[in-house]
Every structure is written in C-alpha cells, then in structure tokens.
Write a protein that binds this ligand. Structure first.
Ligand code: SF4
Ligand code: SF4
Length: 395
C-alpha cells in the first residue's frame, strides 16, 4: 500500500496543539486506558498513526475523533509523553474548517490573526444598525434595553425587537444552515469510510428514535464524560455550561415567540420581564451557571498549561473567551441597569449584543461546533453497528 502523506495537514496539526504526535510508538496504552474507547474500534492509537502518516481524509471521516472529550487520561499514561487527546483536538479543529460552510468564513474564524476582524464585523453591524435605528443616544428616564434601538408608536412590534431580529435572525440562520451543511458532509464522508450500504436507509423517525435521541440523552446525562478519570473538572465545568445554554435557549425562544408573534395581538407582552417572572429567573440562573461553568473550564485550562509549560492554541481559548464575554457583559449590563448607570448599562448591552452575534456567527467553525458534530458522530457510532450500515435491513 502506498501512503501519500499530506505534509501540510501534519504541519497544521503540530501548530494546532498536536505537536507531540511524532513521539508515539504505537504501544496502544492510550486505547486501553481511554474510558470512552469501545472494544471493537478502539481509539486513539489508530488516529495517532494516521496523523503521523498525514492521512487527512481518513481522519476527518473517522467518527471516533469526535467521541473524545479531551479528558487527558491517555496523556497521563502515555509512556512517550505524546498527548493523544490534544492530537485529536487538533484533528477536530481541522475537521470543523474542512466541513465548514462557507469555507471563507470557516477559515477566517479559525486563525488568531483574524481576531480584529472577528470582533470588528459583528461590532460594525450592530453599530450601523444602532445608527440607522436612530436610537444611538442615552435615553432619559428609566433604563430600558427594550428601547436600545429607539422607540416608535407601532404597538404591535417594538423597534428594538425588530432591529434585534434583523441582526440576530440572519446570523442564527447562517449558523443553522452552516451546521446542516457541515454535518451532511461529515455524515457522507463517514458512510464512505465504512462502505455503508447505500440501499438501506432508516426513515426519519427511526433515525431519530434509534440513533439520534439515545445520543442526545447520553450527552444530557454526561454518562460518558463522567467516566473520565484524570481531569474531572472538564465534566464539572461542561455540565452547568450545557444546561446554561439550554436555559438561555428556552428564554430566547420564549422571548421570540412572545414578542414577535403573540405580542402582535397582546402588545402588553412587550417591555422588560419582571425580576420574578419565571423566564427572568431562568435567564438569571442560566447566566450564573454559564459563568460558573466557564470559569471552571478557564481555570482548568490555565492549570493544564502551567503544568505542561505549553501555551494553549487559539482554538482552545477562543470559545472560552467568547462564552465568558457573553456572560460577563450580560451580567454587567443588568447590574449597571439596576444601579441606574445609563452610559455603562448601554455600553455593556452593546458589547453583549456583539458577543452574542459572534457566538452565532462562528458557532459552526469553532470549538462550539462540537455540540452538533459530536451529537451526530455519536449517532453515527450507533448507526455503523446497525443493520442499516451493514446492508442488513433492521427494524
Ligand atoms: S500511549 Fe502514547 S505511545 Fe502508546 S500508542 Fe498511545 S500515544 Fe502512542
Ligand atoms: S483525551 Fe480522554 S477521551 Fe480523548 S482519547 Fe484520551 S482518554 Fe480518550
């Protein structure tokens, strides 16, 4: 068999945290100690040799790279000082760019040198919309973020709701479409990788019931993640963060439905939520959980870096900074509003909108993308063991 190593790919991995990949001498200790590795298709030993050989296409079509939670158990036991967890992390970072759509935005979002643009684009969009809306001044009276983009006398839809829709809906729509395109490409490559039978395909209901939903349940309970031994803090920080995002998603969906649809018929639904409104309470609890989770992960990564003496990559830190920015600006906007400091309150609210837009825009290309790619890779793990993938019709 002739191997054609992709040298550019190997260079990328080394620069993205996988610099130890050449140390591996294939003893397989990592595959034995990895708590998440299955008996039939153990990882990460095989991924280490594929990475050394620069087998890019094989690696991005390998669902196992997405099953790893980068807990570091394998790294702790590797007799050669290789860091398989970090190598898999670098491969995942490459895969998000490879599958990312549109590819220009995917490449932009994965390089530290583009940070001024990554912040500048959403900041400019929010600023331009703020200017166009005519709301770019400090309103007098009670601080109300519902008047951030100004006020009009059209009682069915507030001006701020409409401007936020104009900013966030296209960003969220692009993120959903990009994630759909990326997952579709990944699934196709994974099917090609195992020569899955093209004849048998599960119906949509069966796919959700047998493959997708069990994976979602496993993610919600963190069953596998909790099995990691060396670095328990990763699961301890990840769980509240995940529930915080679910809580904020519920609040955002409620806000969207109540203000954009029901609010047309019940104009009293417009305006700020009362402090004791259940959705307001959920929003505040989620914000606290978000900050708690992100600071555990922040501290955890800083500790790892100081112990290893190695600086983290842009890929590792970008999402941590982004989520921290969403949480901190949201809390500061709320606190300065309650303290009656309009200049600071509106400034933090502006920063909050920019950080939320960044989260939406770059979700499919940054570490945040694991949310969708891992879910579908876990579904694929079940699918590849099923009769559908093996050409035997299952029911
Ligand atoms: S434990 Fe280390 S040396 Fe052994 S296969 Fe894994 S990465 Fe390679
Ligand atoms: S980092 Fe953890 S989950 Fe990933 S391969 Fe190593 S032991 Fe397994």
């Amino acid at each position: 068999m002739q191997i054609n190593p992709d040298l550019k790919f190997i260079r990328y991995l080394k620069g993205a945290g996988g610099d130890t990949l050449k140390k591996c001498f294939q003893c397989a200790t990592c595959s034995v100690v990895c708590p998440l590795s299955g008996d039939d298709k153990p990882f990460p030993r095989k991924e280490m040799i594929w990475a050394q050989w620069g087998l890019k296409d094989k690696l991005v079509a390998d669902p196992d790279i997405f099953l790893c939670h980068q807990c570091g158990d394998c790294t702790a036991y590797c007799p050669r000082g290789a860091k398989p967890g970090d190598v898999l992390g670098a491969i995942r970072a490459y895969a998000y760019t490879e599958y990312g759509f549109p590819s220009g935005l995917a490449r932009l979002a994965t390089a530290a040198k583009n940070l001024p643009l990554l912040i500048g684009i959403p900041a400019a969009i929010v600023l331009i919309m703020w200017y166009i809306s005519g709301g770019m001044h400090l309103p007098t009276g009670e601080i109300d973020f519902g008047h951030f983009f100004g006020h009009w006398d059209f009682k069915y839809l507030t001006k701020t709701t409409m401007f936020i829709d104009l900013i966030m809906l296209p960003a969220a729509g692009l993120a959903v479409f990009s994630a759909y395109m990326g997952v579709t490409r990944m699934w196709k490559k994974m099917c090609e990788g195992i020569n899955a039978s093209p004849e048998w395909r599960p119906s949509c209901g069966k796919f959700i019931n047998d493959f997708l939903w069990p994976s979602v349940k496993e993610i919600l309970s963190h069953d596998r993640f909790n099995e990691c031994g060396v670095n328990k803090d990763r699961a301890r920080g990840h769980k509240p963060l995940m529930y915080a995002f679910i809580g904020l998603l519920i609040v955002t969906t409620y806000g969207f439905i109540s203000k954009d649809f029901i609010g047309i018929f019940v104009p009293s639904l417009h305006g700020p939520l009362h402090l004791y409104d259940p959705f307001k309470i959920l929003a505040n609890v989620s914000a606290v959980a978000l900050l708690y989770g992100i600071f555990i992960l922040w501290g955890n990564r800083s500790r790892e870096e100081s112990e290893s003496g190695k600086q983290g990559t842009f890929y590792d830190w970008f999402l941590i900074y982004e989520i921290a920015a969403v949480g901190i600006t949201g809390v500061l906007a709320e606190l300065t509003r309650l303290a009656g400091l309009p200049f600071l309150a509106y400034l933090f609210y502006f920063c909050h909108l920019v950080s939320i837009m960044m989260l939406f825009l770059y979700m499919p290309y940054t570490k945040f993308a694991h949310m969708v790619y891992r879910t579908f890779a876990m579904a694929f793990e079940r699918y590849r063991d099923s009769g559908f993938a093996n050409g035997v019709k299952a029911d």
